[in-house]
Design a protein around this ligand. Structure first.
Ligand code: HEC
Length: 260
């Protein structure tokens, strides 16, 4: 018995440790924490809009269909058509990219990966940090670099929104402490990097952070579309079980009434 208990303790603690190591992700990279609310439809809709306008030209989400996204996110189909779909796409089409993979490889050296499952392969904090960590780097072929993903082949797709930032230096890991809105003087901290905004974009830094949280939320939804329904279903199931328990208690009272 004792042996069994020690084995159990070892098993549970190793599961906890490996879980927290996995949660850190990216081999100890410093990540900003993103707070996602998967029942915030307006945020997911905004994420979907950003995704189609700024990402789908290079990346696909080939396991997702437009009409499923419209249904899940409460986007009326006519709005989806206006805003999200390219004229050639049909409602039930998969969200594929128009860029031929061969050309993409020629242009970027790698084919931009499909993004349907990226939030599960990486994790939401990683994506949120990555999307905000692009900076101007004249020595790179695209003119851009990323402090989380060094020498990345992806150019900054949203510089008109964010503006252009320059890498000033690194900060101590505990300095940023995963605070998504950390700023030191005029500098902005993303992960463990310190940036200076050299040209401002359409959005101010807070608006851009919020937009990137929306986009991260949408990518997280894409990785597991069932989670929107599953959570609702979970609440229904618990209500059902509670009702059933109440009925059983009443029944028990009824059975025992004559005996007492
Ligand atoms: C101009 C083409 C282009 C656009 C537009 C673009 N990307 Fe990329 N993206 C790439 C390429 C190329 C890579 C591969 C980078 C590498 O491996 O060095 C990549 C990599 C990524 C990765 C890392 C995947 C991984 O796990 O390694 C993520 C996440 C990503 N892109 C998200 C986005 C999002 C979100 C958008 C829209 C805001 C976007 N990308 C727009 C070309 C693009």
């Amino acid at each position: 018995m004792k042996k069994l208990i020690t084995q159990l303790v070892v098993l549970v603690s190793s599961a906890v440790i490996s879980g927290s190591v996995m949660a850190a992700g990216g081999g100890g990279a410093v990540l900003d924490k993103v707070y996602l609310n998967m029942s915030d439809k307006a945020s997911l809709q905004n994420g979907a809009k950003l995704f189609v306008n700024y990402c789908l030209s290079c990346h696909s989400a080939q396991y997702a269909r437009y009409n499923r996204v419209a249904e899940d996110l409460d986007i009326p189909l006519y709005r989806l058509k206006e805003n999200l779909m390219f004229t050639t796409d049909k409602e039930g089409d998969l969200m594929t990219t128009t860029m031929p993979p061969k050309d993409a490889e020629k242009w970027f050296g790698v084919t931009p990966p499909d993004l349907t499952l990226v939030a599960r392969v990486r994790n939401p904090d990683w994506i949120y940090t990555y999307l905000r960590a692009f900076y101007q780097d004249d020595s790179s072929p695209s003119g851009w670099n990323n402090s989380l993903f060094e020498n990345v082949a992806m150019p900054h797709a949203m510089y008109e929104l964010q503006g252009v930032q320059k890498l000033v230096g690194k900060v101590e890991a505990d300095h940023s402490a995963g605070d998504a809105h950390a700023a030191v003087g005029d500098y902005k901290i993303v992960g463990d990097a310190k940036f200076e905004l050299t040209h401002s974009g359409i959005m101010n830094p807070e608006e851009f952070d919020k937009a990137m949280a929306d986009l991260t939320g949408f990518l997280t939804y894409l990785g597991e579309p069932a989670q929107l329904k599953r959570k609702k279903l979970g609440v229904y199931s618990i209500v059902f079980v509670l009702l059933l328990m109440g009925l059983c208690l009443l029944l028990k009272k009824e059975y025992w009434r004559d005996i007492h």
